[in-house]
Design a protein around this ligand. Sequence first.
Ligand code: GRG
Length: 316
Amino acid sequence: MALIDDDMRGMDAVIERRLSSEVALIGQISRYIVAAGGKRLRPALLLLMCGALGYKGEQRFNLAAVVEFIHTATLLHDDVVDESTLRRGRETANEAFGNPASVLVGDFLYSRAFQMMVDAGDMRIMRTLAEATNVIAEGEVQQLMNMHDAGLSEDEYVRVIRSKTAKLFEASARLAALLAHSSPEVEAACADYGQALGTAFQVIDDVLDYDGEVSEMGKNLGDDLREGKVTLPLIIAMQRGTEVERQTLQLAIETGDTSKMADILAIVQRTGALEATLATAAVQAQIAVDALSILPDTAYRQALMQLAAQLLNRRA
Ligand code: GRG
C-alpha cells in the first residue's frame, strides 16, 4: 500500500472537494461514513492497477473517488435494508441519523459519483460503472428473494456475491485498464482479477460472520443468519451435517431464530464448513493471481498479488 500512499492522498483531496454541498446534513452524514475508517480497498485496487499499467493521469484520483462513493452509497442503503446497527465499530448512519437521511445521502453520493464519472469523458468508463451499479442492485434484489431459503445452492450463492460485491471490484480493475487504453486482452485480465478478488473477499466476509471477533470486525456476529441470509458456510454445513443437524440449520434459516446460535456454530465447526469455505476463497484468490500473469512484472503487480494472498487472512 506504501506504493500508492501519494495516490490515496490525491483521491482523498477529490473526495473532500466533491463532498461539498450547501445542504449541511449531506456533509455531516457523508463524512460520518466516508471518513469512518473504511479500508478503501476498491480505490486501492484501481490505483495499484493504474500503477501496474503505467497510467499516471489525474483521472485516476477522480475514478478512485467514484468507486469509493459508490461503495459508500451501497453501504448506506445496505444498512437500512438489513436494519444494521453496527459498522466499522460504531453506530451505522441509519442508527445515528435515521433511515430517511441515510437513504437520501446514499442517493446523493451515488448521483455525485455519476456526475464525476462524466468528467472522465469516456463512454466505456460510463458504461462500465452504469452496468456495475445496475448489477449490484440486481444482486441485492436476488439476495432478498433468496432470504430464508434453506435449499439455496452454492451456484445461486456465488451468483449473488458476484453481483453484489465482486462487480465493483471488477469495475475498479477494468477502469484502470480503460484509463490506460490497454488491449482488450489486458482489460479482460484486469476484470478477471477484480472479479476473483471480489468473490474471495465476500466469501471471507461470510466466514467472518460465523468466526470473527466483534471487536475486530466492527459488526455483530451471526447477523447474516438473523436476517435469513444463507451464505456458503451454512450451505456447506447443510450438505455435510447429519439429518438432525440439517433440521436445526433449516429451522434457523427459515425463521431467522438465532437463539440456538451456539448449536449452529458447533454444527458449522464440526462439519468443517468454515475450512471448506476458506478453501473456496483460496481458489478464487489463486484465480486472481493467475490473471495477473499477462501484466509486466512490477512492484505494483507484486502488490496486487500480495493483496489477493493477504485477503485470505483478513479478520475485519
Ligand atoms: C446504491 C448502487 C446502489 C445499490 C444499492 C443495498 C445495495 C443496492 C447494495 C449493497 C451491496 C453490498 C453492501 C454488498 C456487500 C459488500 C461488502 C462486503 C461490503 C463491505 O466492504 P468493506 O469491508 O467495507 O470493504 P469498508 O468498511 O472497509 O469500506
